[in-house]
Design a protein around this ligand. Structure first.
Ligand code: GUN
Length: 270
């Protein structure tokens, strides 16, 4: 990726530029936003982090986004979620220009995923599909179980797995008798936001497990996933660790989306 970006100044006169907006001091968001900036630096993407006080008004934040939308030196705009309660996340997401929406959260990008028309793909689901390809799994005819139904991960990843010809069952934390469903999975994607909720007795031998969790172990306080790594890894044929599995892949996809927005920008201008 870095080699590709290095060719851009000669070809286009500049490198891609990602602007990340953080509102407030949510500890997880501070870490995520820092990691996004680090990744940009590693790839050679210009990046600006804008930090706003948690008391910023919704109007002020929407005006900032509108300014970034019309700024031709900015290719990607990302507002880190969650936002303080007085700000509508839906309004923020729909205000970002869909051609600068590196997260793929804008309603028109979501519609594009469901209608199979050109769109920006959300980073974590895109990263999961990339990982599954890397592991070398042919998804056709496989049984995939997704735990979670968020707009950010659960819903889009289930749709992508379906489009890749897996048979998909979508579950959540209130699913009755979850183990009877997860035991049928060839591929298990867990994005439920609950520490170590999937245990070894809930999976079958040979399962491929993608853990999207980013939780704290209630006993040790250490970072852990939604999957109890120790009991599940002895049965799984492949499993993504937390930290280290899906997270870096999400960031890699964010870099790719920023480059895609930049290139789209060039063709619109041409
Ligand atoms: N908060 C947690 N994950 C994400 C993400 O992928 N994008 C944004 N904007 N906020 C997040």
């Amino acid at each position: 990726m870095a080699e590709m970006v290095a060719t851009f100044p000669k070809k286009y006169g500049r490198v891609p530029h990602l602007v990340v907006v953080r509102v407030g001091e949510d500890p997880a968001s501070v870490v995520y936003v820092r990691n996004k900036a680090k990744a940009c630096d590693a790839v050679g993407i210009k990046n600006t982090t804008i930090v706003k006080d948690e008391n910023i008004s919704e109007e002020e934040l929407l005006n900032l986004i509108k300014e970034l939308n019309v700024d031709h030196t900015v290719d990607g705009v990302l507002v880190q979620l969650p936002l303080p309660k007085h700000i509508s996340e839906a309004k923020v997401i729909e205000t970002i220009d869909k051609n600068k929406d590196v997260d793929g959260f804008h309603p028109l990008n979501v519609a594009g995923l469901w209608q199979k028309t050109p769109h920006m793909e959300p980073c974590t689901p895109k990263g999961i599909m990339y990982l599954l390809r890397e592991i070398g799994i042919d998804l056709k005819g496989k049984r995939a179980v997704v735990i979670g139904r968020s707009n950010i991960v659960g819903l889009p990843v289930a749709k992508m797995l379906l489009d890749a010809n897996a048979t998909v069952t979508q579950c959540h934390t209130r699913t009755v008798d979850l183990p009877s469903i997860t035991r049928q999975a060839d591929i298990l994607v867990v994005a439920a936001g609950k520490a170590k909720m999937v245990t070894g007795d809930m999976v079958s031998d040979g399962v491929v497990v993608i853990d999207v969790g980013m939780d704290r172990d209630p006993e040790t306080g250490k970072l852990c996933g939604d999957v109890d790594f120790d009991t599940v890894s002895s049965k799984a044929s492949a499993i993504t660790p937390v930290p280290g599995g899906v997270g870096p892949m999400t960031i890699a996809c964010l870099m790719q989306n920023t480059i895609d927005c930049f290139l789209l920008n060039q063709t619109i201008k041409a």
